[in-house]
Write a protein that binds this ligand. Structure first.
Ligand SMILES: [Zn+2]
Ligand SMILES: [Zn+2]
Length: 414
């Protein structure tokens, strides 16, 4: 199902995992949370594991060698110290990622906050709330470039992401991708291709994924074609002539049926910051890349707080599921044609998780106007906005018109 938004392909039931070496000795050890038993009346999926169920100790993200802050390095796939170059593996938590039932109780028991002491910049222009590190607040919004940002405490009550896809594309790849993207665009001002300055921010974008079982009952009128021969008269040279023709008719009969389907990982992007259309054209994320959430992956990078809550996300996913069910039911109606399709859907076993998807938000200016570009943090695919050169488009249209005119003249001359 991929009606809108990047969809995760159907995720397998079990997330394979490898265990990296434990964090280096000394004070840098992070205790991984023990599994918490689910309440008996709300069985969790058997293949689940709670990596973020109990509040994890605030991660120590400083270098064991020199004490400088560590940063997740997409190129190395580990935490890395920009000061002394030391690396530290991030242990991937054993087990799979929890998908919770959509019940008040399960939502209430879900972990909150990001597990790190972070502040957010709240953008007055696009309403995005994005984490930042350090004391610097003289920053611009990483999505819209607006300088109108306000430093605030991160929402500690926000649901914690269950899992994320670690950023795999590094800054160097973004630079190369941007350069060839802007050179490869068609019908753009020449000056645009020389754009070298841009700002790129690696950011984890929030999304909800939903699973659901759907039972659909439908009724419709099913039409079968049949043909009759009709006689009619025409006037030819002032005389009546009798002729016959075949006419198609439809025989309508009531039809009804039911079907059961299940949906896995219907994704709803919960971002305020990213341009929705650009986000959709980024393409899907590979669910194999999902790992249980750990604050280490966010070290040195931004994360956006979700601005669409769980219930609104579900309303959105539900609409998409319903429209997909309607198409499936329409496909079940027998006969040659149909009308008056009515579908009643009953959803059960709805489960959700909160995930973070890696992207680079790139902004550049052209003639004083900012333009947004996104880079997929897993595949490196780049999509973006850029101004058109209307003169080039006009010249192209004129050229086509001239070619068509020449072809017409040549073929008439024969
Ligand atoms: Zn260091
Ligand atoms: Zn903004």
């Amino acid at each position: 199902m991929s009606s809108s938004g990047p969809d995760l392909p159907a995720s397998g039931s079990s997330q394979s995992s490898s265990v990296g070496r434990p964090y280096g000795g000394g004070g840098g050890r992070i205790s991984l949370s023990p599994a918490v038993q689910p309440p008996p009346d709300e069985p969790l999926k058997e293949e689940t594991f709670q990596s973020s169920e109990s509040p994890r100790a605030e991660a120590d993200l400083t270098c064991d060698e020199c004490g400088a802050p560590l940063r997740w390095s997409p190129d190395v796939g580990a935490l890395s110290c920009e000061h002394c170059g030391a690396h530290r593996e991030v242990a991937v938590v054993q087990g799979t990622i929890l998908e919770r039932p959509l019940t008040d109780k399960a939502v209430a028991s879900a972990a909150r906050g990001l597990g790190r002491d972070v502040r957010v910049l709240s953008c007055e222009t696009c309403d995005a709330r994005v984490t930042f590190e350090g004391a610097s607040t003289s920053e611009a919004c990483p999505f819209c470039g607006s300088p109108g940002v306000l430093a605030q405490d991160a929402n500690r009550q926000a649901l914690r992401p269950e899992s994320l896809i670690p950023l795999e594309v590094g800054a160097e790849r973004v630079k190369v991708a941007f350069g060839s993207w802007i050179k490869g665009l068609w019908f753009r001002p020449n000056a645009l291709k020389k754009t070298k300055r841009f700002s790129a921010v690696g950011v984890y974008v929030p999304a909800w994924t939903y699973d659901a079982d759907v039972h659909s009952e439908w009724s419709a009128q099913s039409g079968t074609y049949y043909y009759v021969t009709e006689r009619y008269t025409v006037q030819v040279n002032g005389r009546s002539q009798r002729r016959t023709r075949r006419v198609r008719k439809v025989r309508w009969r009531p039809a009804w049926g039911q079907r059961d389907d299940s949906y896995d990982d219907v994704i709803v992007i919960a971002s305020k910051g990213i341009d929705g259309k650009l986000g959709q054209s980024l393409g899907p994320f590979a669910a194999e890349g999902l790992v249980p959430y750990g604050p280490e992956y966010l070290a040195g990078w931004r994360a956006e707080e979700y601005q669409m809550d769980l219930a609104d996300g579900w309303a959105n996913a539900r609409l998409r599921i319903e429209s997909s069910q309607r198409k499936r039911c329409a496909g079940d109606v027998p006969g040659d044609t149909q009308r008056a399709l009515k579908v009643r859907n009953e959803m059960s076993d709805v489960r959700w998780k909160h995930v973070l998807l890696p992207m680079w938000s790139v902004t550049y200016q052209f003639k004083g106007k900012p333009y947004a570009v996104l880079v997929h943090g897993q595949s490196g695919r780049i999509v973006g906005r850029a101004p058109y050169s209307w003169i080039k488009i006009l010249l192209f249209v004129l050229l086509i018109a001239v070619i068509l005119a020449v072809i017409a003249m040549v073929s008439q001359g024969r």
